[in-house]
Design a binder for this molecule. Structure first.
Ligand SMILES: N=CN[C@@H](CCC(=O)O)C(=O)O
Ligand SMILES: [Zn+2]
Length: 412
């Protein structure tokens, strides 16, 4: 059952409130805590004994509350299914970028109503799993009209939208001519609907030179930049992302020492403890994708130890990662990537917000910071069916999401 919207809501009797607010120091955890939501924002937090009165009360029953997940990398605007490709992969075939074409065909064939319905269902599934802030991408249209349609539909559902016309060169099309199209008419057609641009810089997708052209054109058009890089082997993706000052480079499975040094260099002016200073390029790790493609897990531990800020995201898409479960990503990061629970939750909340530039302050639209629990931030909260966040790793696969508030409204 969902609460009806109240002007203020006190969530009290919280056993562990993991704020992920850097201003509270390395731990940022409050015990026996309470939070007051007022409209869309967090109005107060502190110990339950000191909580002010509110219009309504929700008893957390001693359970844990975290910031809602910030899923900073998804591809949710698609139709069709790639089960056969997944089965072939489980039987030993390797992932090839060319599989994207199967989804492009199905997506082009779906009408607006169907594509919107599918996207809404996926966004609802993500919210039910604790995701309160969602980025999604185009990239299954791959012509001017279809990319613009994907961007328009995505913008009606997702919090932020990324233009990924440079996902794959369609069969039978000259790669350089297609790159020109991405940088020209396609970019103009999507521009009104997107905040970011991305390029799949990988063998079988876009070369370094083509990626550079896409990033230059999109930067000149005023878009923030992100890169799909170093997913299937070492390559120029990370270096390009750093050169262009991209907000994030995603996948990062195969990193040279130089790649790690380059990423770490972007964070030289950042105080991770305080969450202040000059933001660098986030390394976004996608563990569900790594498992589904049987790639080595991204070296999250190595990146953190080098001083790189990381994010965890689902990469929900029909080819390499058909799940939006951020609980699963966090579980995997702890059990298999060597992150502590606190580090994994941070990467899936504050880290995602950093990767999308919404970790602090307000943006031009007056949107509030997400990914951490602090006064004035958007009231995005995830109540676990467990006394602590540790249970996400301790009880893998269990249904631990008890309730979710997005912008102050209970959505699960
Ligand atoms: N790597 C490129 N793009 C997606 C996969 C897209 C697909 O295979 O449909 C990814 O992030 O894994
Ligand atoms: Zn992706």
């Amino acid at each position: 059952m969902t609460d009806s919207p109240a002007s203020s809501l006190l969530i009290t009797n919280i056993g562990e409130l993991m704020t992920q607010d850097p201003a509270r120091g390395a731990d940022g955890v409050l015990r026996d805590a309470a939070v007051v939501l007022e409209g869309e924002r967090i109005a107060w937090l502190g110990t339950a004994a000191e909580a002010p009165a509110a219009d309504a009360v929700h008893d957390a029953g001693g359970r844990a509350v975290l910031p809602g997940w910030v899923d900073s990398h998804t591809h949710l605007v698609f139709a069709g299914d790639r089960t056969a490709e997944f089965e072939a992969r489980m039987a030993g075939q390797s992932y090839q970028a060319g599989g994207i074409a199967v989804t492009v065909k199905a997506t082009r064939a779906a009408d607006d109503y169907e594509l919107t319905r599918l996207l809404l269902a996926r966004a609802a599934e993500a919210a039910a799993g604790g995701t309160t802030y969602l980025e999604t991408k185009t990239g299954y249209g791959l012509d001017v009209e279809q990319e613009a349609r994907s961007a328009r539909i995505a913008s009606t559902v997702a919090d932020q939208v990324t233009f990924l016309g440079a996902h794959l060169v369609p069969a039978g099309v000259d790669a350089d001519a297609y790159t020109d199209l991405v940088c020209g008419d396609m970019l103009s057609a999507v521009r009104a609907y997107v905040q970011w641009a991305d390029v799949f810089c990988e063998r079988g997708a876009f070369t370094e030179e083509q990626s550079r052209r896409v990033l230059t054109a999109c930067r000149d058009a005023g878009l923030g930049l992100r890169v799909h890089g170093n997913q299937l082997g070492e390559g120029p993706g990370v270096a390009l992302a750093v050169e262009f000052g991209a907000a994030s480079v995603d996948h990062v499975n195969y990193l040279s020492d130089t790649d790690v040094e380059l990423l770490a260099g972007t964070w030289a002016g950042w105080d991770a403890g305080a969450g202040t200073g000059r933001r660098g390029t986030v390394a976004t790790c996608l563990p569900a994708c790594d498992l589904s493609t049987r790639q080595p897990l991204a070296p999250g531990r190595r990146l953190l130890d080098a001083g790189v800020e990381i994010a965890l995201a689902s990469n929900c898409n029909p080819g390499t990662s058909y799940t939006s479960s951020m609980n699963y990503c966090v579980t995997t990061a702890v059990l298999q990537m060597g992150l502590s629970v606190h580090e994994a939750v941070r990467a899936a909340t504050y880290g995602g917000a950093l990767a999308l530039g919404v970790h602090t302050g307000t943006d031009a639209d007056g949107e509030r910071a997400v990914g951490s629990i602090a006064v004035g931030h958007r009231a995005d909260l995830h109540l676990l069916n467990a006394p602590s966040a540790t249970h996400l790793a301790y009880r893998p696969g269990m249904p631990l999401t008890a309730a979710v508030w997005r912008a102050g409204k209970q959505v699960a």
